[in-house]
Design a binder for this molecule. Structure first.
Ligand code: SAM
Length: 274
């Protein structure tokens, strides 16, 4: 894919969004000039953002492959983003052709692009909803139609919970999801952190401010213990809560953060509900 972008739309008036910024980092085509302008500025300050975005997608793919291998065939992908290479339904349905996937995002463009891609796929759909309203997600008719809550479901919270500012609220959100899930269900989390990084406080504050101002979305990195709390009620799958590229790495994997895994700035983990 190229970064040529969708300038054909009257894009200048579109607000910058977290979904399109992420698409820009991934080299996708679903971003507008304003997204690229903000994206470039953030990249100048943190050039490794592109690698982190790609490695985050690779973690997601490894987690899906693991989950299908242990018999999880249903996925609720919250904060799913704009479709890109290696989407959850593609990976899951490559292993299990009738694996079911519901994509959930607050961003209307992410949802409409997903629905377009999923046309004709009877086992996958997308809905627009806010992770902060978990009941609205769980009770959504398309979620209820496609997913069987009596069987294991993997709830994917990949690179989304750091957009919810309050940690107690995140715990409440996850408790609501957990209470709706059958035994054998899983929770997958990837979360930004600045643990063990030497961060220029002022530059970081500026990044956060820019993020909030430009995308009206908070970006809240959390400590390892804060993220670990999100797995309350779940048993951690080996190797536990770890740096991005160290979760079940695959043999041919290129890892730019091998010597300094903390530079990935992401904790990831998978928990199982017994
Ligand atoms: N999960 C995908 C991945 O890891 O590749 C996409 C991650 S992208 C960084 C974050 C996504 O979360 C964006 O598409 C954004 O629109 C979505 N998002 C942010 N806040 C949200 C909220 N309150 N509810 C639902 N989605 C949200």
């Amino acid at each position: 894919m190229t970064g040529a972008g969708r300038d054909v739309h009257d894009a200048h008036r579109k607000p910058v969004t977290a979904a399109r910024l992420y698409d820009y980092y991934l080299g996708g085509i679903h971003n507008f000039p304003a997204d690229r302008e903000v994206g470039k500025a953030l990249l100048e300050r943190t050039p490794r953002l592109r690698t982190i975005a790609r490695d985050n997608r690779a973690f997601l793919a490894r987690a899906i492959r693991y989950l299908t291998s242990v018999g999880v065939h249903q996925f609720l992908d919250v904060g799913s983003g704009i479709p890109t290479e290696g989407n959850v339904h593609e990976i899951a349905q490559a292993a299990v052709p009738d694996a079911r996937v519901v994509y959930v995002d607050i961003d209307p463009d992410a949802v409409s692009e997903s629905l377009e891609l999923l046309e004709g796929n009877q086992f996958a759909t997308a809905i627009r909803a806010n992770v902060r309203e978990p009941r609205a997600v769980l009770d959504h008719p398309r979620v209820r139609n496609l997913l069987d809550f009596d069987k294991p479901i993997a709830v994917l919270m990949v690179a989304v919970l750091h957009f919810v500012e309050d940690s107690d609220e995140v715990c409440d959100i996850l408790a609501t999801f957990r209470s709706a899930l059958a035994s054998g269900s899983h929770l997958v989390v990837a979360h930004a952190t600045i643990d063990e990084l030497v961060v220029d406080e002022r530059a970081w504050e500026k990044t956060q401010k820019d993020y909030r101002r430009q995308t009206s979305t908070a970006l809240v990195p959390r400590s390892r213990s804060d993220v670990a709390r999100f797995f309350d009620g779940f048993e951690m799958v080996e190797p536990g809560l770890v740096w991005l590229n160290t979760w079940r790495p695959e043999p041919d994997m290129v890892d730019e953060f091998r010597d300094k895994p903390e530079h990935s700035g992401f904790y990831v983990g998978v928990g199982r509900l017994s």
